[in-house]
Unconditional design. Structure first.
Lengths: 453, 271
């Protein structure tokens, strides 16, 4: 069977839409490991040509995983606004790319077609776009979200403060919070990954971070990134959580590996809206990352970029406050080196924002990858230029609990200076009151955790 | 004048005392020097690292780079032949060709190459109660640092309990699941692999021991037991050896490992 495309002859050599999508991807070790990647650069470009000529309706009608087998597909399909889809269904993927990069296109024009797009269409256009295409179009999109602070407004750049501790010691967690705040970090969230996934630990961490936020009147939100069911139990017992977190996958089977499904996420959303201590309205936080499905043997023969897009299609259902890809965490068998991580980071933030979700990034790497701190500083510069809502930062770039490296607290003031961006408005005012921030720069008092003692 | 913390792989020194000796931005006072030292000393997290403008202080930056270099070297270097000779290990390898492929293709690291399979069957005792496997995994440093001490403890400890131990082997470029292939080929009751963990910046010497009862290819990770964080700064090899001997005896008696043995044994998915 030749697949349907408007590019003469280009569809003849591929058997399915899923195959074209996979082979059109930029090189990723995860697609090679899954056995779905192009065999050569020539085949890769042939797939891109076939994809360029494919109509958007072909992508809608051939979802990566059939709707009757997968609830993520159903969530994505049911979210499509039909009249808008009808206006663009005959566009080719090339038409979509050229619409996005057109001189006259801005957030308004993108917002006009957004409800008609499916995750597969967004994945498809991403595969045709160069790194600079991705950065340019991302910079045109503005997807703010509000919890206690507002993140993602034009001219701002925010940071998650990640004060993880290998023993879940709340005194250390609070110390690492003090240090981060003293660098102007923490306007996206003070978010802690616990070692022990239990209600008692989660409650202790939430109480400690909430208490510190109250004591110092910090305009931000707290979150403890335990499994969603653990957080729900803690919240029901009265733990003060501003946000509810969960990792997402792009297939039903992948979410099953994570111990969640749509019904559970719906329940978590409902609980968060009623019981979170924040003022909302956006009260959910999701993390994703290319390769998660394959690592759980739940990729269904689909390439990792398309599956990542489907995570965002699912996330959108919950009007989240924060969504970030943890782009280099999973290891070199999915993203081999700095080059693949940088590409994936640009793809993910672009795809998230094109879905209309407020997208940030954990630009990170493990010690068995062919990458170092310079690679993720490069990625941070690219994505700050492109307008990602926020970055994750850890003390001196070294997370001693999760055993990986991410951006450093220091990168926050450096990126804000480089791109002339402010912290989230309420947080900026607080930093100024604390005499940590003045005229877009750290003051002499900054970088000292002991000012909070 | 320069601090020596750049060469200290254990982590950065608090850099607040640079103010006394350094050049630019040194007039910045720390509100509470003593509190800063207390904060930095009580956690492995890099706190109180100091700054130069919006960037890290130079000695903190170089300490970080030094630790990353140790971790990288542990991943990229191989276990030396002397260690294999000293411990009398049969040398095998997986289907992986080189270090680059090892990182990209975990599937190839779970299976022996044809020559090694032959060698395994030729050199090793068949149907032992316990088959011991050593592999470099993601840190040759971890193997060099722990196995010379740990392996004899296991051999002696198991012998004392009258448990038959097969011919120990070393597998280059191995993944945890290569234990399934080796145990299945030999018909072992129980297979144990001592394998280098992915190094963190804190230590490259951390080793894990995985254990499976009734090894066969494709055994789920959840059916394996694990003792992790074996190194002098974590669970010292002497203690790990005693713990493992107990665990092996328990496994053989119960004829089960992983969640089949204890419900709270969680799978190590990220390895």
């Amino acid at each position: 069977m030749a697949i349907k495309t408007t590019t003469p002859d280009a569809g003849d050599r591929f058997d399915s839409v899923v195959e074209v999508l996979a082979k059109a991807n930029e090189p990723k070790t995860g697609d090679e490991l899954a056995g779905v990647a192009a065999d050569s650069d020539a085949e890769r470009v042939a797939a891109k040509r076939a994809l360029a000529g494919m109509r958007l309706e072909t992508l809608r009608e051939n979802p990566a995983v059939p709707a009757d087998e997968d609830e993520v597909t159903r969530v994505i399909q049911e979210a499509v606004r039909e009249p808008i889809y009808d206006e663009i269904r005959e566009w080719t993927v090339a038409d979509l790319r050229e619409y996005l990069v057109a001189t006259d296109t801005g957030e308004r024009e993108i917002a006009a077609i957004r409800p008609g797009l499916t995750s597969e269409m967004i994945a498809a256009v991403t595969k045709l776009m160069s790194n600079l295409d991705l950065a340019l179009v991302t910079s045109r999109m503005e997807v703010p979200a509000r919890c206690n602070t507002t993140v993602g407004e034009r001219g701002t750049l925010s940071f998650r403060l990640q004060p993880n501790d290998p023993a879940d010691d709340v005194a250390n967690i609070v110390d690492a919070t003090r240090e981060g705040l003293s660098y102007g970090v923490g306007d996206a969230v003070i978010g802690v990954n616990p070692v022990q996934d239990g209600v008692e630990t989660t409650t202790r961490i939430l109480e400690a971070t909430h208490g510190f936020i109250e004591e110092w009147d910090v305009p931000t939100q707290n979150c403890c990134l335990a499994h969603v069911t653990t957080q729900m139990d803690a919240i029901r017992e009265g733990a003060p959580a501003d946000l509810v977190f969960q990792s997402l996958a792009g297939t039903e089977a992948g979410n099953d590996e994570f111990g969640v499904d749509v019904a559970l996420l719906d329940e978590a959303h409902e609980l968060a809206r009623r019981r979170c201590t924040s003022s909302g309205p956006n009260v959910l936080y999701f993390e994703t990352g290319q390769g998660a499905e394959l690592s759980g043997d739940a990729h269904e023969g689909v390439d990792q970029l398309t599956l990542e897009a489907r995570c965002y299609g699912l996330a959108k259902r919950y009007d989240p406050f924060l969504v970030n890809t943890v782009v280099g965490f999973i290891g070199p068998e999915y993203l081999y080196d700095g080059r693949q991580v940088i590409r994936a980071g640009l793809e993910d933030v672009f795809m998230g924002q094109l879905h209309g979700i407020p997208m940030g990034i954990d630009a990170c790497y493990t010690n068995h990858m062919q990458a170092d701190q310079n690679d993720i500083e490069n990625l941070a510069v690219l994505l700050a230029a492109a307008g990602a809502n926020y970055f994750i930062t850890v003390p001196m770039g070294d997370d001693v609990m999760l055993n990986y490296q991410s951006n450093s607290y220091h990168d926050a003031p450096a990126l804000r200076e480089l791109f002339d961006r402010d912290p989230a408005p309420a947080f900026r005012e607080w930093l100024e009151e604390m005499d940590l921030w003045r005229d877009g720069r750290l003051t002499d008092r900054a970088g000292d955790p002991t000012i909070f003692t | 004048m320069a601090s020596d913390s750049g060469a200290d792989a254990d982590g950065p020194e608090p850099t607040a005392d640079r103010d006394a000796e350094s050049d630019v931005e040194t007039d910045r006072a720390i509100a509470d020097e003593e509190a800063l030292r207390r904060i930095a000393d009580r956690t492995p997290t890099r706190l109180g690292v100091g700054r130069a403008g919006p960037r890290p202080a130079t000695d903190s930056l170089l300490a970080f780079r030094a630790d990353h270099a140790v971790a990288r070297d542990a991943v990229r270097s191989r276990v030396g032949d002397e260690l294999l000779a000293d411990l009398d290990l049969v040398a095998l390898r997986t289907k992986v060709d080189d270090a680059d492929q090892y990182l990209a293709r975990p599937d190839l690291g779970r299976e022996l190459d044809a020559a090694s399979r032959e060698r395994l069957l030729e050199k090793c005792d068949l149907e032992p109660a316990v088959q011991l496997v050593v592999s470099d995994g993601l840190s040759s440093t971890a193997v060099e640092a722990n196995v010379p001490e740990l392996l004899p403890i296991l051999r002696d400890g198991l012998a004392e309990r009258g448990i038959s131990v097969g011919t120990p082997v070393f597998v280059e470029f191995g993944r945890v699941d290569v234990m399934d292939a080796i145990g299945e080929e030999l018909g072992a009751d129980c297979c144990v692999i001592l394998i280098g963990e992915r190094p963190g910046l804190g230590s490259a010497e951390s080793l894990s021991a995985y254990l499976v009862y009734g090894p066969e290819r494709g055994t789920a990770t959840s059916r394996k037991s694990v003792v992790s964080n074996v190194h002098d700064g974590g669970l010292p090899p002497v203690e790990a050896g005693a713990e493992l001997v107990d665990l092996i005896a328990e496994t053989l008696a119960a004829e089960a490992s992983g969640i089949d043995l204890r419900e709270d044994d969680r799978a190590f998915r990220e390895s």
